[in-house]
Write a protein of this length. Structure first.
Ligand code: 1HE
Length: 264
């Protein structure tokens, strides 16, 4: 397929297809997966050309770190206009991830720093192993976030906590991360990718329209005025339940062909 060809050509990403799952590995381990323009544009290509048989995507870092953030060696070259365009380019690509047709799961280990944290925030589910840590050293580098963190991260951890990280350089450990909202899952040592794949397998089996509603409609509803949000919810609910896929799944439950909800 076209996407497979794109993936093969990509050199800063390691792309692998496992059944209906697409694994996107950030592959600059010698630079701790620092995000240069090349890697961001390769991510864009992958998400623009997602094959239709892919049901979920897992983003992970090769070499023990998720990402050390913006490649600081490229920053020196930029004036104000180039900086603005660069930030808008990241926004375009990370919006593509957030608005992907299928769920995107980030498997986090080691450094999840600056732009690496911004990338993780664009995913729908974050899974961290105990080695992960979260930091925004922009403050001490004399810069500001530019990859969407000021919009996405406060929705996860609160603006006060993000401000503290930027002002004081505070680093949060993986163990604290789940309670605070950085990640939804904490695994055993080196377990992030395995758990992310397990979750990806599960979400890929959902009705496509349910995944669409959760990824596209839910964030809009959550940000809307209450009455607009409730109306959007009703419209989405009615569309989803009238889909044949929903009818089949509900009939299967009523005919006791599928499992019940279990508490563990
Ligand atoms: C890099 C980068 C990078 C590593 N840009 N080259 N991000 C930061 O401020 C984090 C900067 N990085 C670090 O603090 C450390 O590298 C780590 C804690 C992530 C890892 O430490 P360590 O000891 O395992 O590795 P290292 O020896 O520091 O780094 C290995 C190499 O990667 C080294 O290059 P080398 O040629 O000397 O081997 C480092 O220079 C290189 N490297 N991180 C460029 N970030 C859209 S706005 C977003 C704004 C931000 O993201 S600001 C946060 C930037």
């Amino acid at each position: 397929t076209q996407a497979a060809a794109t993936a093969t050509a990509a050199s800063l990403l390691q792309i692998e297809t496992r059944g209906r799952l697409l694994l996107v590995g950030l592959n600059r381990p010698a630079k701790r997966n620092a995000l240069n323009d090349g890697i961001i544009l390769e991510i864009e290509q992958v998400f623009q050309a997602l094959p239709s048989d892919i049901g979920a995507v897992v983003i992970h870092g090769i070499g023990g770190h998720f990402s050390a953030g913006l490649d600081l060696s490229e920053l020196q070259e930029r004036d104000a206009t180039a900086g603005l365009m660069h930030s808008r380019m990241w926004h375009r690509v990370f919006d593509l991830i957030q608005q992907a047709r299928v769920p995107v799961i980030a498997a986090l280990q080691g450094a999840v720093i600056g732009g690496g944290l911004e990338l993780a925030c664009a995913a729908h589910i974050r899974v961290a192993d105990p080695s992960a840590y979260y930091a925004l050293p922009e403050g001490s580098r004399g810069i500001f976030v530019g990859g969407g963190a000021s919009m996405r991260l406060p929705r996860l951890i609160g603006v006060h906590r993000m401000a503290d990280m930027m002002l004081t350089g505070r680093v949060y450990k993986s163990e604290e991360g789940v309670a605070l909202g950085f990640a939804q899952y904490l695994t055993d040592a080196d377990g992030a990718l395995t758990k992310a794949l397990e979750l990806a397998e599960r979400v890929a089996q959902n009705a496509p329209l349910t995944n669409f509603a959760v990824l596209q409609a839910l964030p809009l509803i959550a940000e809307a005025s209450p009455q607009t949000g409730l109306m959007l919810e009703s419209l989405m609910a009615s569309v989803a339940q009238s889909d044949q896929e929903a009818k089949n799944r509900i009939r299967d439950f009523l005919e006791r062909k599928v499992g019940k909800v279990k508490s563990e």
